[in-house]
Design a protein around this ligand. Structure first.
Ligand SMILES: *Cc1c(COP(=O)(O)O)cnc(C)c1O
Length: 389
């Protein structure tokens, strides 16, 4: 039977999903009953802290919370976010005009270009990167101008290398620090250069700060909005997913420039009807409640990180301990392309790792390992990797 419909062009512009073969091979091994260790995904394995779950349970019993919420979320959540921003970064936000809850930061990041770009505008997108920046820009009809993140530049874009033509057409620049997948962190000076560039060319900055709370040894990542005047064209995206082990709950927010926030709100009001209210109350409990589970989670990730660095170094890899994020980003220890290496590791060691090229061509030569599995499994993964290489 022939299919009557062809999917839209815009979907066909998306890059091929490079993990397809690895996913298939992984599913086959699992179906055979093999013991596969998955270091490929960045989804915290620790449970959501109990006081957050309790807040949801309590709110879910109130019928007032069963109805449509508002796209812009309940006022109490926006106020809690503004208070958290002030405590954490010393940045003042107006909860009514400068804060917008999201169904996860992914949702807001992917929708943002639709709210700010016209067809033919340019979107500056780091590469390698979290994929929704690029997809969102393509859906909006923008031309994606890659900003290669190179190790010699500390995985920060060389904005001087962006052509004048592209810079003048740029409507949005995505930045993400602490970075996924490279685990790099940003210096204030680098962010200032990005802000100066954006001001010169009048482009918005969409700063993905999803990992702002996932940092080690006392390091505190900064907010883009801490820079003077960043609010003139900056919007920062946050998530409760990685901070409070809430990936399945779908809650995050955007905050910053009021015009950009209003544009995203207008777009979203045509697409969704806000976050389930009990999840919003749980979000307030996360931001305002006991932070001890977060500190405990950070100690756990740090132990795992140290175990990885020690074990892989012994096995002959060159691994640096990341200051932040849930990832180890390291060079492929052999001469193989990253996909060939990851495929072989899966077959020989039954360990899933993410090939760097899957995050964009500049990721070639690297692999990403995730800190979201228990130490025993990391030890087992290291043993297997050491044997099979
Ligand atoms: C996980 C992740 C997100 C998505 O977070 P959600 O709030 O769960 O949608 C956004 N950005 C980066 C870089 C991530 O790694």
């Amino acid at each position: 039977m022939t299919n009557a419909y062809e999917k839209a062009e815009r979907l066909r512009q998306l890059p091929p999903y490079l993990f397809v073969e690895i996913d298939k091979a992984k599913r086959k091994l699992l179906a055979e009953g093999q013991d596969v260790i998955d270091l490929g995904v960045g989804d915290p394995d620790l449970p959501t802290p109990p006081h957050i779950v309790a807040a949801l349970k309590q709110a879910v019993d109130d019928p007032a919370n069963h109805r449509y919420s508002f796209t812009e979320g309940i006022k109490e959540l926006r106020e809690a976010i503004a208070r958290w921003y002030d405590r954490r970064f010393g940045v003042a936000l107006d909860p009514n005009t400068e804060v917008l809850p999201l169904l996860g930061s992914k949702e807001g990041l992917a929708h943002f270009p639709l709210a700010v770009c016209n067809p033919g505008d340019a979107a500056l997108v780091p590469q390698p990167a979290y994929p929704p920046y690029r997809s969102g820009a393509l859906f909006a009809g923008a031309e994606v101008v890659p900003l290669p993140l190179l190790e010699e530049n500390g995985f920060f874009p060389d904005l001087g290398a962006v052509s004048q033509k592209a810079a003048r057409r740029a409507k949005v620049m995505f930045l993400n620090y602490p970075n996924n997948p490279t685990a790099a962190v940003a210096q204030t000076q680098q962010l200032q250069e990005a802000l100066d560039f954006a001001k010169e060319f009048g482009c918005a900055v969409a700063y993905d700060n999803t990992y702002s709370e996932v940092a080690y040894e006392g390091y505190k990542p900064v907010s883009f909005l801490q820079l003077p005047e960043a609010k003139s064209l900056g919007v920062e995206f946050h998530s409760l997913s990685k901070t409070y082990n809430m990936t399945g709950w779908r809650i995050g927010w955007a905050c910053g420039n009021a015009v950009l926030i209003a544009a995203l709100n207008q777009l979203k009001s045509n697409v969704d009807s806000g976050i389930f209210q009990p999840v919003q109350y749980a979000g307030i409990a996360a931001l305002e409640g006991d932070q001890a589970p977060l500190e405990q989670a950070l100690r756990t990730y740090q132990q795992r990180r140290d175990l990885f660095v020690e074990g892989l170094t012994k096995a002959g890899w060159q691994v640096a301990a990341p200051k932040a994020s849930l990832y180890i980003w390291t060079r492929v220890p052999t001469k193989e392309p990253s996909i060939a290496f990851a495929t072989r590791v899966l077959q020989q060691a039954r360990v899933v790792i993410a090939p760097g090229v899957g995050f964009g061509p500049s990721g070639e030569g690297y692999v990403r390992l995730s800190l979201t599995v228990p130490t025993e499994r990391i030890q087992e993964a290291i043993n297997r990797l050491s044997k099979s290489l």
